[in-house]
Every structure is written in C-alpha cells, then in structure tokens.
Design a protein around this ligand. Structure first.
Ligand code: BT5
Length: 258
C-alpha cells in the first residue's frame, strides 16, 4: 500500500456516514481479518476498517492462502448485519469492488460466483466474509476484500497464470486512494440498500460470468455438474442437473466445463 494511503488521506472527502469513519491502518499485518475480529470483539463501531500495506498470512476461503504483497489492497470492514442480511454481504462486497474498479480505471469486470472479481477472465479481487454468531443473532461480520492494484502477478508463481492486477490491465499505476474511497462509499451505499430491502441480486446476476453455462460446482466432498441457471435473492446458485432436477448451492467453487 503506497504512502498516499493514510487515515487522514482516506477520510478527506470520503463523506460516508460510518464505513471508513474509524480507520486502523498498518504497514504490515499477518491478516487484517484477525485484527478486525479483535477490534469487533472489543466493541469497535460498525464501519471500522482495518487496512494493511501488505499481509504476511493473508487468508482466502477454506484455509486457502491470499497473496498480498506491497501494491495490493488488504481491507477488512466490521459490520453488524441482522441474520437475514448476512448472505447479502457477498453481493454488497463484490458489486462494490466491481463498481469501484470500473469507476476508477474504466476496466470492465465480471463476477465469478460466489466471490471472485475477474478482468478478462483473471482474478483481480477476492472476498472473504466471516461472521460471529451469538444466539440467534449476528454479533458481527467482517467483510474482507483483497485487490491486486499495483503489482505484477507474474512475480508470484502460484497465481501467475490465473491472476491479474489493475496496473497490469491499465498499463500504468492506479491510485489506491481513489480505489479505497470509492470502495468504502459503495460498500456503505449497497449495504444500506440491502438493509432497506432493495434487491441487489438482479445486478449481481447480470454480472455473473457462469450463468447459462455448464459448470462443475464443488463444496466439501460433493461435486455437482450441470447448467448454471440462476441465483436466488440470497445469492445461492441454482444448478440444473442433467436429470432435470434443480439443486441450490449456497457456497463452493465452480469451474466451467467445455
Ligand atoms: C478469496 O478466497 O478469494 C478471498 C480473499 C480475501 C482476501 C482478503 S485481503 C483482506 C482480508 N484479509 C485476509 O487475510 N483475507 C482478506 P478464495 O476464493 O479461497 O481464493 C483463494 C485462491 O485465490 C488461492 O487459492 C489462489 O489460487 C488465489 N489467489 C491467492 N492470492 C491471490 C491474488 N493476490 N490474486 C489473485 N488470486 C489469488
């Protein structure tokens, strides 16, 4: 994260009500998720963000690794949704990330169900939603967003063939400050829209690259193949099996079948 990103620079002109109004900013962290979790447990206000210049132990879903060197954005946002809005956070985060990339760079993005943002088929941003439940309520949720802004993915063998970055796609450096400010504004706008029961899934559905295609979905030990028909208002994927039956998939990984 370039030095242009500081609590003062982010706050200047941000104009949000709560998202990003309290900023915990670090040059290096193992993971912003862990610090956000601790802050939430200690009562940090809704909208508090944790941002790091690089992560040494960045986390993906299911224990996977998220590579976050200097030039990437590592951000976690503390939210207090009620349980019914929990499934909507992935839509809030992925639409906010897509909108901010498109607004700042003019690049076109796609969403790969459920949580990847792609540019020309390569992953530029990943999202991790973590929540802590208390009784029948949600104590807090952490929205983690990792984005490759100014870095060269070919320097990292594990992701060299599957990842891209904004600077690679644009052919020039991109302002992390503009991305962060736009992202925070969009997260707040879409989160409030979700809480006001405005449907987000229609736009999300239109941006999904897998719909109408034959895919393989995998979660745990279960594998299903079929036609990706649609997503429901909670963001679950509706897969039509070859025998005509419909299966609803809440979480997992999908790959396109030829
Ligand atoms: C994700 O997991 O895509 C969620 C990534 C969330 C990262 C943010 S950064 C801020 C916050 N703090 C954290 O520690 N995490 C969050 P998943 O869908 O499981 O994808 C992980 C896979 O993406 C890896 O197995 C790699 O194949 C690939 N990958 C890892 N680093 C990448 C990168 N920088 N760019 C593109 N792909 C990457």
């Amino acid at each position: 994260m370039e030095s242009e990103l500081s609590p003062a620079s982010i706050l200047k002109g941000l104009g949000t009500k709560f998202v990003g109004q309290n900023i915990l900013c670090y040059p290096t962290l193992p993971s912003t998720m862990y610090v956000a979790e601790q802050a939430a447990k200690e009562g940090a206000a809704e909208g508090t963000i944790v941002i790091a210049g690089e992560q040494t132990g960045g986390r993906g879903r299911l224990g996977r690794k998220w590579i976050s060197p200097p030039g990437s954005l590592s951000l976690s946002i503390i939210l207090h949704p009620t349980p019914i809005y929990l499934p909507h956070l992935i839509m809030v985060a992925s639409l906010a990330a897509s909108h901010s990339i498109e607004a700042v760079t003019g690049l076109k993005t796609q969403i790969k169900w459920p949580n990847d943002i792609l540019i020309r088929g390569k992953k530029v941003c990943g999202i991790l939603i973590q929540s802590e439940l208390r009784g029948r309520g949600v104590d807090f949720a952490i929205m983690g967003i990792g984005m490759n802004i100014n870095l060269d993915p070919s320097a990292f063998p594990e992701i060299a063939s599957t990842a891209t970055s904004l600077s690679k796609e644009r052919g020039e450096e991109v302002s992390p400050l503009k991305i962060v400010q736009c992202l925070l504004k969009e997260v707040e706008r879409l989160y409030l829209a979700a809480k006001a029961a405005e449907p987000l899934h229609e736009e999300w559905r239109q941006r999904l690259e897998i719909l109408g295609k034959v895919i393989r979905a995998k979660w745990g030990d279960v594998v299903e193949e079929g036609y990706a028909e649609s997503v429901d208002p909670d963001g679950s994927l509706l897969l039509r099996r070859p025998d005509g039956s419909l299966v609803r998939i809440v979480a997992g990984d999908v790959t396109l079948r030829s």
